[in-house]
Structures are given as C-alpha cells and as structure tokens.
Ligand binder design. Structure first.
Ligand code: NCD
Length: 354
C-alpha cells in the first residue's frame, strides 16, 4: 500500500509521471471518467479548507468515484477524544483512500501507520503539504516548460508556511535550483528545512528581508500569507501581517516571464490589480490542484502491493518538545526519533530536533 505523507516519498520520475498523467487528464478528461467507479475517497478535515478539500472531492467525482467525510473536527469523534490511530482504522473500513488535514504535525503519518488503505497528507500543522506541492510543480511545469534551472523566491511566512517546506523539499530533487528566502527575521525558514534540505542537497540559497531587492532576479515568486492561526502571540501576528504586499509597482521590476504563485487563500499580500497581469498564475494553480490530485488518487489506488522501506535509525529515548506535534496528545503513541547526518535526533512526526 502506498501513501503520500511527505513529498520526498516520491522520486523525481514519479513526480514527472504524475505531472504527465495530470496533463493527459487535462487534454482528454473523458478517458478518465470511470477510472474510480465504485471507489470511495474519505476527506477528513480537522482544519478549515476550501481548495484542498473541494479539489480532492471534485477530483474523485471526475474519476467516477464517490466521496464521504467531514470538514471540521467538531463533527467527528475526535471531539470525543478518539485517537488518530483509531480514526484511521475505522475509516479504512468505509473508504478505499483517505485525505487528512490536521492541525497537529505528524497526524497523517500516524494515520498511515494504522490505516489499511492509502493515506494522503492534505496539510499537517505548520509542517508539510505535499499535494499543494504537486499542484505547484504542475503549474511551474506548464508556465516555464521545466522544473530545473530556476531561481525561486519564497516570500512571507516561511516559518509556518507548510506549502513552502514541501515545495523546497521537492525542488531539491531538481538540478540548477536557486532559492531566495524573503521573510521578516521572525518568520525565517525552520532549521530542519535549511539543514536537512537546502544544506544537505547543496542547494544555493540566500536569505533577505527585501522583496524589492530580490524580485528582479526571480523566475518564480511564491507568495504566502502570514499564518495567523499558528501564532501563540497575536500581537506578533498584528505586527508582521502586512510585511509584504506584491503590487503593480513591484511587478514592474520583475522579469517579463516571471510566474507569481500563491497556494491561496490570500489575505492582502497580493493586491487584486496584479490578478490581471499575465504573470499571475495563482488561479490556474488552484485548477492544476484538481488535475494533479486526480493523477495522485489513480497512482495510489494502483499500488496496493507497495511496501515502504525504512532505513532511518530510530530511537524512543527522548520526548518531543514541540507542542504542535501529534505525540503531545496521542496517549498511546510511542516517541520516535531519527538520527540525522550530524548525529543529532529529530522527531519522526514533526521533524523538531531534540
Ligand atoms: C495553504 C494551506 O492550507 O497550507 N492553502 C492551501 O491548501 N491551498 C496555504 C495557507 O493556508 O496559507
């Protein structure tokens, strides 16, 4: 059985294959409209969502399948204290595949360790969001005709922006990627992404606080919203929320062929006048999300006999200190830490270093 928890679960050739299938579905959708006949997708959304949940549901319906699920934690037995492990076992009785969004980091991994059907991570806390990355890769591929030799700027909340973490991981698989990290000092990319992805893969990167200084060098500008719901201190959010606004004036300094992406929802970080600029790709990106999720559902349902190899050295001799990690609430879950190349340990659920 195959799940998608982290974008690095897929190799480059698998990513390329998903993009090719999604592009074929865009060309000839009628070929696919019965591929999931009699199959059910469960969408388990413990956190708000518009695009991710509805694009998953639209994807399954366009494949001829059916959808069950819930869109808020309060309408599930989690509100009665049911564990993620039990929820995953139960949903496996009713659905052929499930997509989970959860505020706790590592929740989809716990689900996949307990489910008997494929599990898709539809966003876990401020950690990862691999299916948004698939949508991002498809959009970049369509706009630029390639996924290598690109200078990609990430702007906004790089600390809590899970889509940023997953997209940087995916890009580490491609040649000639330069990364420009644009954020306020307090919202810089987490160390685990910097150390485990950028540095480990020898990716060229720079950090800056200025969008104005960076914009002219970029092939892709990936804007993000400041993630209000992840701040412990709301005053800090208020201070940082308007850090960046991409407007027509700033776009004048960008390359003629630059593509602006945003996972959406936007709050005010892209002014609406930019929407009519041909370089604005974020609405097309949302459409790409549906097609690539169709390709993903087909892939996971076709790999029933897949066995995951785990080469990590794992120990349970520490306690994870991240209060957004699933291990802090899931009573029966054993702590588990993997050894890094530096000899330190990181929680396997949330990647926080001990
Ligand atoms: C993103 C998310 O949920 O992480 N949205 C999405 O899935 N398209 C980005 C965000 O909420 O800012």
């Amino acid at each position: 059985m195959r799940s998608l928890i982290d974008i690095l679960d897929f190799s480059v050739s698998e990513l390329d294959e998903l993009i090719a299938v999604a592009e074929d579905i865009m060309e000839t959708p009628e070929k696919y409209n019965e591929k999931c006949k009699n199959k059910k997708l469960a969408t388990l959304f413990f956190e708000p969502s518009t695009r991710t949940r509805l694009s998953f549901e639209a994807a399954m319906i366009e494949l001829g399948g059916n959808v069950i699920g819930f869109s808020e934690a309060s309408s599930s037995s989690a509100s009665k204290g049911e564990s993620m492990a039990d929820t995953a076992k139960i949903i496996s009785c009713y659905a052929d595949i499930m997509a989970i969004r959860h505020p706790l980091e590592g929740a989809p991994l716990v689900a996949s360790n307990n489910a008997t059907v494929p599990v898709i991570n539809a966003g876990d806390g401020g950690h990862n969001h691999p299916t948004q990355t698939l949508a991002d890769l498809l959009t970049i591929h369509r706009k630029m005709g390639r996924l290598n030799n690109l200078t990609v700027g990430f702007c906004g909340d790089l600390l809590y922006g899970r889509t940023v973490h997953s997209l940087i991981s995916a890009l580490s698989r491609y040649e000639g990627i330069k990364v420009v990290l644009i954020s306020p000092g307090e919202l810089k990319l987490p160390d685990y992404v910097k150390e485990e992805v950028l540095e480990k893969c020898n990716m060229e990167f720079i950090e800056t606080e200025s969008l104005e200084d960076a914009i002219g060098k970029l092939d892709i500008l990936y804007m993000t919203r400041i993630q209000r719901e992840r701040f412990a201190d709301i005053e800090q959010y208020e201070r940082l929320k308007d850090s960046y606004v991409l407007d027509v004036e700033k776009m004048k300094h960008a390359k003629e062929k630059m593509a602006v992406l945003h996972p959406l929802p936007r709050v005010n970080e892209i002014s609406v006048e930019v929407d009519s600029d041909p370089r604005a790709c974020y609405f097309e990106q949302a459409l790409c999300g549906k097609f690539i999720r169709m390709a993903l559902i087909l892939k996971l349902l076709s790999e029933k006999d897949y066995k995951k190899e785990n080469k990590d050295v794992v120990t349970d001799e520490f306690i994870c200190k991240n209060d957004r990690c699933i291990t802090t609430v899931e009573q029966e879950l054993k702590q588990a830490f993997k050894k890094t190349d530096k000899g330190t340990y990181r929680c396997i659920y949330c990647d926080r270093e001990v």
